[in-house]
Design a protein around this ligand. Structure first.
Ligand SMILES: [Zn+2]
Ligand SMILES: [Zn+2]
Length: 347
């Protein structure tokens, strides 16, 4: 086994470098993973553009699928050669107040993959065992990768929402997150309204499972949702507080607008719209590792999949640039020489 591995790291904001790094052993509670696939996510910009405080150099990537090739001391429940996934949340500590209360997502000592520790734009990565997700045998590594962040984020937000089967759920923005949110919402039994700008997304939205398509460039989406009875939940995948405000009045009483898209704008809704109708604005941050397991299982069972384009790891900088330019349709996945990106069964 080679003593070095290839990684695409960021040396300073906006600058990628391909390097060979020495192979290191996993520390206590960690595993070493031979990376097979890693999705390119918009949140990678937090690393690449240096939006978070970063200790340079740093390897981005938090939609990682690979095979465990070394176990650190004290790791239980995971085996060598097992295929695992790593998402944005790098693993809970187990001892803080939030962990002890069962709220692993909000662990006070949680590291963000690819931000506080090196991520999956590499042939090898070290991960905390408490953050690992199980990859179903029938799911290829490349197909599983985007489900670990974009999938988990949308699946978990819908799953924990107050919507029940038959309720109207709106998905705002049909991109990397939204094209998955529409599929999950449909498979969960909701009446689904997709909202995007322009008429050319209508056909895709219907193919993904939307019952209704609202072109927000031609129609004010809030009254359009009210004409359908009002949404119980609006999943906002487009970034920016403005989009939340624009659709908020489309909620029925007791409805909630769940923000998944990060943007700098404040969310401006009036207290009248909040109080009269008891509506809510909420945020949702990916999910815990068991929710990650559930995301992958549900996706397998119900036929939800991300539309992906695979490229070799070496092309990570170009893939990142394409994603940032909004030209990915809809998720780009980096694949390494470790894996063919195939499902377990196909090997
Ligand atoms: Zn992500
Ligand atoms: Zn904790």
């Amino acid at each position: 086994m080679s003593a070095t591995y290839k990684a695409i790291q960021v040396t300073k904001p906006g600058e990628f470098a391909t390097v060979m790094k020495p192979l290191v052993d996993p520390g206590p509670g960690q595993v070493r993973i031979r990376v097979e696939a890693c999705g390119v996510c918009h949140s990678d910009s937090g690393t690449v553009e240096g939006a978070f405080p970063i200790s340079w150099p740093r390897v981005p990537g938090h939609e990682v699928v690979g095979r465990i090739d070394a176990l650190g001391t004290g790791v239980q429940g995971w085996e060598l050669r097992q295929r695992v996934g790593v998402g944005f949340l790098g693993g809970s500590c187990g001892y803080c107040e939030f962990c002890r209360n069962g709220d692993l997502v909000n662990c006070r000592n949680q590291e963000f993959t690819g931000i506080h520790s090196d991520g999956g734009y590499a042939e090898v990565m070290i991960a905390k065992a408490t953050g690992l997700v199980r990859i179903p045998d029938d799911l290829s590594s490349a197909d599983a990768a985007p489900l670990l962040c974009a999938g988990l984020t949308t699946f978990n937000a819908l799953r924990n929402s107050p919507a029940k089967a038959g309720d109207l759920v709106a998905v705002l923005g049909i991109g990397g997150l939204g094209h998955l949110a529409v599929q999950y919402a449909r498979r969960m039994g909701f009446e689904v309204a997709a909202i995007s700008r322009g008429s050319n997304t209508a056909e895709l939205a219907r193919k993904l499972g939307a019952h209704h398509y609202i072109d927000s460039a031609a129609t004010d989406p809030a009254p359009a949702l009210q004409a359908l009875g009002g949404a119980k939940v609006i999943v906002v995948t487009a970034s920016g507080g403005k989009t939340i405000a624009e659709t908020f009045k489309g909620l029925r009483p007791g409805g909630v607008s769940i923000d998944l898209g990060v943007g700098p704008d404040p969310v401006e809704v009036t207290s009248v719209d909040l109080i009269f109708g008891e509506r809510k604005v909420a945020g949702s941050l990916t999910g815990n590792p068991a929710a990650g397991d559930a995301t992958l299982r549900f996706s397998m069972l119900s036929g939800v999949s991300a539309m992906i384009e695979t490229v070799p790891l070496e092309e990570a900088p170009a893939a990142y640039a394409k994603m940032m330019a909004g030209k990915a349709r809809f998720r780009i996945v980096l694949v390494t020489k470790n894996g063919s990106g195939q499902a377990e069964q196909a090997k």
